[in-house]
Design a protein around this ligand. Structure first.
Ligand code: ZN
Length: 347
């Protein structure tokens, strides 16, 4: 089958580690399904893997990609009880949890002691014609939601949703600041926030991306400069925002800590601009700020996102679509940061 995989990691030109070529079709194991992938979307996680940054040591060839939509191709034997039938349209929930630790047994799968996601060893990723996943990770996809739209949901939209409403516990009427307005996860946070009745402020270095944020419904968009904190505080009646969705890291961390209100939450869901800003712990403890990490979300939250799309209440922004065979250009677009919204691979 065709797949996009890392033949090596790290080095001066990470994109040179990417190969689009033949890989064996994965063999399902009992309780798992093989899915014919029809669409998958790129995430910064895939670029980090090529750069040699991953939570587990990568053993090439490693197929990349952590979210997918497609159809069930096969099980070993018959479908497990409750699982979608062969041929059914599905979205794949990416976190593969152990099912045995105290968190898993207590129903808190997101706190699993040994979590992995698709594309992290030993699991192949979704940038392929087929991927094997636990049957429990399959979520039915209604006919009205197309595969490319669905492929945006399991990482970027799910992480944004979990960050806004579970980690920061935002309610209608509250305020949020979203950095890096052009990217997949930030554009998801802006759309989901506006839809839920939040007042959304955004930042981007690029004026056209600030305009993009306004087009998505943000109330105001600023360059990510030190003085922006003062403007955000003024815009929120002198308080600061209830929450910040931080995915940039080093370039925006100080702004996040200055712009959040006392007692507010900075949700960290990425660090595309660097992972080690000065922590400024004084701004955290003295102002009772919560720093909350957030990656992906629960199956239930993913079902709610699919339902929003099916009802026409959410239309994920797709910035570009490529055939799987053209994955190299898709990765180049992501690295250059020019695309607005999600980059989708179709196969
Ligand atoms: Zn577990």
């Amino acid at each position: 089958m065709l797949a996009a995989f890392a033949r090596a990691t790290g080095g001066p030109d990470p994109l040179a580690n990417l190969v689009v070529g033949e890989q064996p079709v994965p063999e399902p194991q009992p309780g798992w399904a093989t899915v014919r992938v029809r669409a998958a979307s790129l995430n910064h996680h895939d670029l980090w893997t090529l750069r040699g940054v991953s939570s587990r040591p990568v053993v090439p060839p490693q197929i990349l990609g952590c979210d997918a939509a497609g159809t069930v191709a096969a099980y070993v034997g018959s479908a497990p009880p409750g699982a979608p039938e062969v041929g059914a349209r599905v979205v794949v929930h990416s976190p593969v949890t152990c099912g045995q630790c105290a968190a898993c047994r207590g129903g808190d799968e997101m706190s699993c002691r040994r979590p992995a996601m698709l594309s992290e060893p030993p699991l192949p990723g979704t940038f392929a014609e087929y991927v094997a996943v636990p049957a429990d990770n399959l979520i039915p996809l209604p006919v009205g939601v197309d595969f490319s739209v669905a492929a945006c949901l399991p990482t970027a939209y799910l992480t944004a949703y979990h960050g806004l409403f579970q980690r920061a516990r935002l309610q209608p009427g509250m305020t949020v600041l979203v950095h890096g307005a052009g990217g997949g996860l930030p554009s998801a946070a802006i759309l989901l926030g506006v839809r839920a009745g939040l007042t959304v402020y955004a930042t981007s270095r690029d004026e056209s991306k600030r305009q993009f944020a306004l087009d998505l419904g943000a109330t105001a968009a600023y360059p990510p400069e030190r003085e922006t904190a003062r403007e955000v505080i003024t815009a929120t009646g002198g308080m600061g925002v209830d929450a910040v969705i931080e995915t940039v890291g080093e370039p925006t961390w100080e702004l996040s800590l200055r712009a959040v209100r006392p007692g507010g939450t900075v949700v960290v869901s990425g660090a595309t601009g660097g992972i080690n800003p000065p922590a400024q712990l004084n701004r955290i403890f003295f102002r009772n700020v919560t720093v909350a990490g957030s990656t992906m979300g629960t199956r239930g939250e993913l079902r709610r996102l699919i339902d929003l799309c099916a009802r026409g209440a959410l239309n994920p922004v797709i910035g570009s679509r490529h055939a799987l065979a053209d994955a190299t250009s898709a990765f180049a677009e992501m690295e250059h940061g020019e695309v607005r919204g999600k980059i989708v691979l179709e196969s």
